[in-house]
Ligand binder design. Structure first.
Ligand code: PEP
Ligand code: MN
Length: 272
């Protein structure tokens, strides 16, 4: 296996022996929602709280996110539970003001080939989580990363989140082989997003475990206090009540492949 250069974001190392769990809702919706998610995911060992404030939705009439107010809530909730934050940055103008709220700038699947945005994040030296475009080859994804790296920003983590195939039983098809291939091509950490690949809760667990088994350096999982009421991606959200069991299974697979997922600090408090 080729070696991976770890990426360090504050005190968190991605690409080391420990897998890094990033979890939270698809979209930031309310203070209550994000604080509840932060409490449970931190108790289960997650290091990052995720949540979109500016959502790129297929339909213009779908919920577009809370905007800046969402990022403020994300920061507050993350700070309250000693978590870091990961959230999608949509355009160049957002980068500097986002620094107060976002530790790890996500480039969404639909923006993977937005070259000006890639270069701007490269120049800004903000750690980048580069999602794979759902219609892009591994080669194209690797080249997208090179745009960020080429501006002198070494802090890039790749995220396999499923690609569009002829299969319709899942939302996308998780390309597990892309995990070791992208790692070998770039020598950078690769994490797995089982949620967008699955599209439905029923398949999230098996894709989570497959991502860990394939050598993923971390997980990006959507979870929600009440998925039926979620304003975005509810069908694929893991209810917070089920998140501890999912992490326990992921922990066992990580152990089987010689890695680990740290236990949460407040394990008992959330019955994790
Ligand atoms: C997300 O993480 O909420 C998201 C929109 O993901 P993707 O860009 O992979 O569709
Ligand atoms: Mn989503």
């Amino acid at each position: 296996m080729s070696s991976t250069r770890a990426v360090k974001i504050r005190d968190c190392v991605i690409g080391g022996p420990e897998l890094v769990v990033m979890a939270g809702p698809c979209a930031l919706e309310s203070r209550e929602q994000i604080f509840h998610a932060a409490e449970v995911v931190s108790a289960c060992g997650a290091r990052f709280l995720r949540g979109g404030a500016f959502k790129v939705r297929t339909s213009p009439t779908a919920f577009q996110g809370l905007g800046w107010e969402g990022w403020k809530l994300l920061r507050e909730a993350a700070d309250a539970f000693s978590l870091l934050t990961v959230s999608e940055i949509l355009d160049e103008q957002q980068i500097e003001p986002a620094r107060r709220y976002v530790d790890f700038g996500q480039i969404g699947s639909r923006n993977m080939q937005n070259i000006p945005l890639l270069k701007a994040l490269g120049r800004a030296r903000m750690p980048v989580l580069l999602k794979r475009g759902f219609g892009c080859t591994i080669d194209e994804w690797v080249h997208a990363a090179e745009y960020v790296l080429g501006e002198g920003n070494p802090d890039v983590v790749m995220c396999e989140r499923g690609i569009r195939t002829f299969e319709t039983a899942t939302r996308f098809t998780l390309d597990v082989a892309a995990v070791p291939i992208a790692k070998k091509r770039l020598g950078l950490p690769v994490i797995v997003d089982p949620s967008h690949a699955a599209g439905h809760l029923d398949w999230v667990e098996c894709l989570t475990l497959a991502g860990v088994a394939a050598g993923g350096d971390g997980l990006l999982v959507e979870t929600h206090p009440d998925p039926a009421k979620a304003l975005s991606d509810g069908p694929q959200a893991v209810p917070l009540t089920e998140f501890p069991a999912l992490m326990e299974k992921a922990r066992r697979v990580a152990h089987a492949v010689g890695r680990s997922i740290p236990a949460g600090a407040r394990l008992e408090a959330a019955a994790c």
